[in-house]
Structures are given as C-alpha cells and as structure tokens.
Design a protein around this ligand. Sequence first.
Ligand code: TPP
Ligand code: MG
Length: 280
Amino acid sequence: MSLETDRPAIPDLQDKARVLRRHIIEMTTAAGNGHPTSSLSATEVVTALHFGGFMNYDASRPDWPERDRFIMSKGHAVPALYAAMAEAGYFPVEDLLTLRKLGSPLEGHPNMRRLPGIEASTGSLGQGLSIGLGQALGCRMDGIDARVYVVLGDGEMGEGQVWEAIATAHKYQVGNLTAIIDQNGYQQTGATADVLDLTPFAPKIESFGWHVQTINGNEMSEVVAALETAVAITDRPTAIVAETQKGFGILPILEEVGDTNFHGQALPADIAEKALAHLG
Ligand SMILES: Cc1ncc(C[n+]2csc(CCOP(=O)(O)OP(=O)(O)O)c2C)c(N)n1
Ligand SMILES: [Mg+2]
C-alpha cells in the first residue's frame, strides 16, 4: 500500500477497522489472554496508517530498505498490528489464531527476531520512541526517504525515556518521525489521571519544539486529516495526541461487564460472541 493518491474513502477505512477489531477479539479470546481493549483504542490509527495510503510497504519484502516503519511502542497492543499485518499479506489471516501459542511467532508482545515486518521488539514500555528516533536518523543518514511512526500509550508517557527521545528528536530536527499518543484515559491499574496525570500532552510536547495536533483518535476522518498534516511536515518531529476510548467499538459490552478498562484480559467466549455481534 502506498501513495496518497490511492487513499481509500473514509467508509472503506471504517470497514477495514471493523475487520481488524473482529480479528483482535477473536485472536485474544482464542489465546485466552492478551490486551483487546488496549488494541481496540488504537485501531483507527493502525488502520489509517496501513490501509489509508500513508505507509509505504511491501509485505513480500519486509526488509525493503525504502519502507516506512511502524513501531507499536505499547507492545501489549500488538494484536491490532498483527491484525493489520495479516490483512496486508505479511502472513495468512488464519495464523492470527496462533497468538500466544507455543512456537508461534505471534508472541504476546512483538518480537522482531521471530516475525518479519515487526520493526522493534517492544513490551517493556517507554522504549519505542527512542528506537523509532534511531531508525528515523538512520534513514536520514542513508538517504532513505522514509517515515517512522510510533504508537505510545498515555500511561507509557510516564516513562522518562519517552521525554529523552522527545528532547533528542528536536535536537536533531528529525522531520521523518511521527509519534501518536493513544490517550485512552487508562493504564494498567486504573485511570491515567489518577496514576500520573501528564495531560494535556500537547503543550508539553510542543514546548520541546515538536509540531503537535490533538484529535479524536477513534474518528477515522480526523485520524486521516491529522496524518495528512503530519506527513507534510518535514522540518521537525510531529506528534498526534489521539484522544480515544479503551475498548472502542465494544463499549456497551464492557459497560455490561462493568469494567471499561478491562486491561490485560481476553473476553470470555460468551462475551466475545456478544462483542462480535455488536461490531457486526
Ligand atoms: C516498563 C514497563 N512497566 C510496566 C509494564 C506493565 N504494563 C503493561 S501494560 C501497562 C499499562 C500501559 O498503559 P498505557 O500505556 O496507557 O496503554 P493502554 O493499555 O492504556 O493502551 C503496564 C503498566 C510494562 N509492560 N513495562
Ligand atoms: Mg492508556
């Protein structure tokens, strides 16, 4: 998928996001483990990047030097990425159901040594933006015109290393790096506001010299518009603060269950069935 002239219509991207959401629920429920709600909040962003004509990649050549890079820094949300990779043709869609199974390269957190197309092994939060910064600088040094996209969690933003990367990206005026913060309001143990409230993110990141936009990250048209703005900026790093909802797409089901964070657990089979029916 490449070239912005190929950009699909918003309803088509919304349909693709629904396909990814179904995969996310099915694979985590089959695994009996995983982070469906963390994956669901980031689904519009992952969908727009992979299928909206933003990322230039070739699934048959995962190591193609000219490719754009995607890093899921909040590595536990990798089911969203696996779903996109399967739909993009990196591996068969049926393999999604091997998530977290012994021997499968679809580990609970992304492993670049085992699954071609994974750009960084993440899961220990806070490291992905530094890795992405290194890759963006590497591309620049090699004369490769590629962009690096990094998705971070709002809880993850409490890691000091993220802010070191933000400062350093400004120092080198890294214009081919885009960070997307999935501000879903929760982290592992509760509301991000209660654990460590760093909102609003935009003025803080802006003060480091970045270009920052704040959007509704579950509204596909806003995600596409923000990415269009970001890719047009090449003289400094860009961030998109994506205000999202954890578990977006199946919120009424989570409300019924009585847990709208529902962190780090798969939906039991009967609830997953309801969630899939709700998604349509
Ligand atoms: C360095 C580190 N500390 C703690 C954890 C455990 N952990 C896994 S997910 C998570 C919450 C992350 O919250 P957020 O970044 O907001 O992501 P969300 O699940 O809300 O998308 C934590 C603390 C970890 N993976 N890495
Ligand atoms: Mg969060």
